[in-house]
Design a protein around this ligand. Structure first.
Ligand code: CA
Length: 474
């Protein structure tokens, strides 16, 4: 999911924000869908139609796609606060799992000619394009189903940040008016990101390209258009051809630092400090300057990241998000889906689970009589509540609702056909709460988080949760 153009709108991944903000287990309840007056809505649309923001939209276009009523669910999403925290290892294990790496390797071979031509034009490594594609839309498999005009029109007329959404509404209409994308294909996240690149309409108008040569920039149906537009995005944000994004590294003993993506230093500095690659080999010479990031603090995996990592970050202002793209692209390069972990372990005795394991947990909960809705591999609020209840019923402490490896083993064992009356191993050993990463003073994320009121939550098509900053560019 990408952010914006001229203005400084950012999106923050829920994992990051929630890890830093929500230290409790439960946070807040989902607000009810508001009652929205259709009379007020239609009056608002009348005003918008004649406003300067919609100057480039013809009256005919405006009326043709004018919603007959508002969609209260998007206002509900706008004001929704997630109830549960998510650690970086949970976030990454769901985004970069065997399934997604296998899909990425397959896509690399399927689109190799296109990717080669894209690299020739934009200078972006194919696997970096694939990393974005995989994280954004699961390689085009999940694009979001909310009708964009209904969502954006509602957001333009109710609640907060109306002027931002008015601009996106006008831009969405222009895309259809230009003939780039069919109106019936204009569906996406509740906040208006759409297509295989999950661009907001403003980003589409700035950066989308026609790469298959049919004269239309169709980021919904054309994979070449979507991949080239992604490469164009990265290129315009400062991508450096031939450079890696960075590497997982090993810190010298007793080295202490704060994670700071902006504090780039020459690679010679890190070499002199005694840094090596995580596998012990010397740092390569293919990167000019790099900064040290440690998503879970000094005890977890550490990375030296260069300018290309920043271009991933600019797609969606979250370091964990950028790391997911980076890591996925490395595994696709290596064509190895069997080991999706980093070399250094996360500082937890209860690592995260894959989407496949999430599905198995959900099925086991259903089998045990918990109503968690659909088995979709997404650990949402309903699943987490069911996990809490299950944990409580089994005497697991704390009953935190988290789906990690321990819970996976617990519930898949106990639901095995053979009835066991033995205490399960999970209950025999005291549960160790995992370490919480803490924000650092130098972390740009911490600064962004201080202004939490300007962020809104987005549930992506693939179920990942993000917060979008929706200010007016001031
Ligand atoms: Ca095209």
């Amino acid at each position: 999911m990408n952010y914006c153009i001229k203005h400084s709108q950012f999106k923050l991944t829920f994992a990051v924000i929630s890890t830093l903000l929500f230290t409790g287990t439960a946070y807040a309840a989902k607000p009810p869908a508001p009652e929205l007056s259709n009379a007020q809505f239609q009056q608002c649309l009348n005003g918008l139609k004649n406003s300067s923001t919609f100057r480039g939209v013809s009256s005919q276009t405006f009326e043709r796609y004018r919603p007959s009523q508002p969609d209260p669910s998007v206002i509900q999403s706008l004001n929704y606060q997630p109830e549960f925290q998510k650690d970086v290892w949970d976030y990454l294990s769901a985004l970069v799992d065997k399934e997604r790496v296998d899909d990425g390797i397959q896509a690399k071979h399927q689109w190799s000619d296109t990717l080669r031509r894209i690299e020739a034009r934009y200078g972006v490594k194919p696997e970096h394009v694939l990393g974005v594609w995989g994280v954004e839309s699961n390689f085009g498999q999940t694009l979001g189903k909310k009708p964009l005009f209904d969502s954006l029109a509602t957001l333009s007329c109710f609640d907060r940040r109306q002027s931002y959404f008015q601009g996106e509404y006008a831009n969405a209409l222009k895309i259809v008016q230009n003939g780039d994308i069919a109106a019936s294909d204009m569906t996406g996240s509740w906040a208006g990101a759409f297509g295989q690149t999950q661009f907001m309409p403003s980003t589409f108008l700035e950066l989308a390209v026609d790469f298959d040569g049919d004269g239309r920039r169709d980021l919904v149906n054309s994979v070449p258009d979507a991949l080239a537009s992604t490469a164009n995005f990265l290129s315009k944000r400062g991508y450096r051809s031939g450079e890696p994004w960075g590497y997982e590294v090993s810190k010298p003993a007793n080295f202490w630092a704060t994670s700071n993506r902006r504090d780039k230093k020459p690679m010679s500095y890190w070499r002199n400090q005694g840094f090596t690659l995580a596998n012990g080999r010397p740092l390569p010479y293919d990167l000019d300057r790099a900064a040290l990031i440690m998503p879970a603090g000094n005890d977890g995996p550490a990375f030296l990241v260069g300018k290309n990592f920043d271009t991933f970050y600019s797609y969606n202002a979250s370091e964990n998000y950028a790391l997911a793209i980076a890591h996925l692209s490395d595994l696709i390069t290596r064509e190895d889906s069997n080991r999706t972990d980093f070399i250094t372990s996360w500082p937890t005795d209860d690592p995260g689970i894959s989407r496949q394991q999430a599905k198995e947990i959900q099925q086991a909960l259903l089998n045990a009589g918990y109503d968690i809705g659909e088995v979709d591999g997404i650990i949402g609020d309903n699943t987490r509540k069911a996990i809490m209840q299950y944990q409580s019923s089994r005497g697991v402490f704390p009953a935190d609702g988290r789906a990690g490896q321990k819970f996976y083993r617990l519930i898949t064992n106990t639901n095995a056909p053979i009835n066991n009356t033995q205490p399960v191993p999970y209950q025999q050993s005291p549960y160790q709460p995992h370490t919480q990463p803490t924000p650092t003073a130098n972390d740009s994320m911490a600064q962004l988080i201080n202004n939490r009121a300007s962020y809104r939550r987005i549930t992506n098509a693939d179920g990942s949760i993000q917060l979008i900053r929706v200010d007016d560019g001031s």
